[in-house]
Structures are given as C-alpha cells and as structure tokens.
Design a protein around this ligand. Sequence first.
Ligand code: GRF
Length: 203
Amino acid sequence: MSRRLGILLSGRGSNFVAIADAIAAGKLDANIAVVISNRDDAPGLEIARQRGFAAIALPSQGITRDVFDTCVAAELDLHRVDLVCLAGYLRVLSPAFIARFPQRILNIHPSLLPAFPGLHSQAQALTYGVRYAGCTVHFVDEGLDSGPIIQQAVVPVLDGDTEDTLSARILKEEHRIYSAAIGRVLTGNLRIDGRRVVESIPD
Ligand code: GRF
C-alpha cells in the first residue's frame, strides 16, 4: 500500500510541488495525505488546495512551541501520516515532536551539509568562496540541519553567480533529489549506522 506523506511548509512550496509531480508521474510511490503550514498566507498552501490536497494552516502566534507542535502532530496522526517531509518549513521542531516520529522526519537543505547550516545557505556559500555548492536531504534530529544525511547533489559555483542564480541552480537539484530520497526511505531498506545512512539490499 502506498505510504502517506505529511508535508510541512512555510513558503512558496516548490519542493512540495516537485514531490506531488513525482507522485503524479508515477516516479514516487506515495500519497500526500496532508499539507500543513504555520503561515496561512503561504503560497504553497494555496497550491495544495488548488491541487485538491488536504491543506491546513495552523497559526503559531501566542502559543508555546510545545503546544503548537502537539497540534501539528495531532493533524499528522489524524491523516495517518507515515513520513513527515519538511519543505521550506521555517520552524525549529520541539524535541517531543521529533521523538514522536522517530526517523520519520526528513528535511531538504540548500547546502552541502555540514557546510552552511541555518538560513541563507546559498549566500553563505558565495561569501565563503566555495567552488561547489549543493543540497542535502537528511533525517531530522534535535540539532540545526544536523541529522544523518540521506542524499546530496552538487552544483558548481560560477564566477558570475549571484545568490539568485546559485539558488536557482541548487533548487533544480533539490526538486530532483527530495523525491528520490523519499522513495529510498520508503523502501525501508535504509538503516542508520552511527551518522551514516546505509542501504541494505533485501535478500
Ligand atoms: C529550499 O531552498 C529548501 O532547501 C529550504 O527552503 C527552501 C524552500 O523552498 N529548506 P520551497 O518553499 O520548497 O520552494
């Protein structure tokens, strides 16, 4: 049976759209069970509604992180989500939330982690002067962009690059590897060995 994804986003949602497109194209065997945002004006939420997905805004103002995350987890449970995919979700998750979905929360980050965690990673890469940048899909742990790495893609940094041109080159790769990484996780053949994500081929 096809596994159920819960997407958490705060912004334009292009990674969510890429995942939805991969599913629609038969490249990823999964369903999007619900899309949740902490911002009711997130463009990604509107796109989700237009595409007929359950789309929920849960404003976070005035409540604690724990209470907010409990509400998000309740929605994910209600929609029987197997895997939580962060897609431009601009919130730090509470330890209780992470513990509730062990090794079942993924994130996409626009750098070759562990380089340039946090915000504005593409600008950080340009300023630092690296010749190669990229993106990372990783399991979420309690640290900042620090969980075990599932998949990465590399792009060159070109001399004329601006933050926008580099971000666009990286984003194209994000859209490719996020669905691929979700598919690999859903096979159930990945295990975490220390910090390493190892693929074991079933007999
Ligand atoms: C992406 O660059 C992603 O790596 C980062 O936030 C951005 C979200 O973009 N976590 P989108 O909302 O999926 O278009």
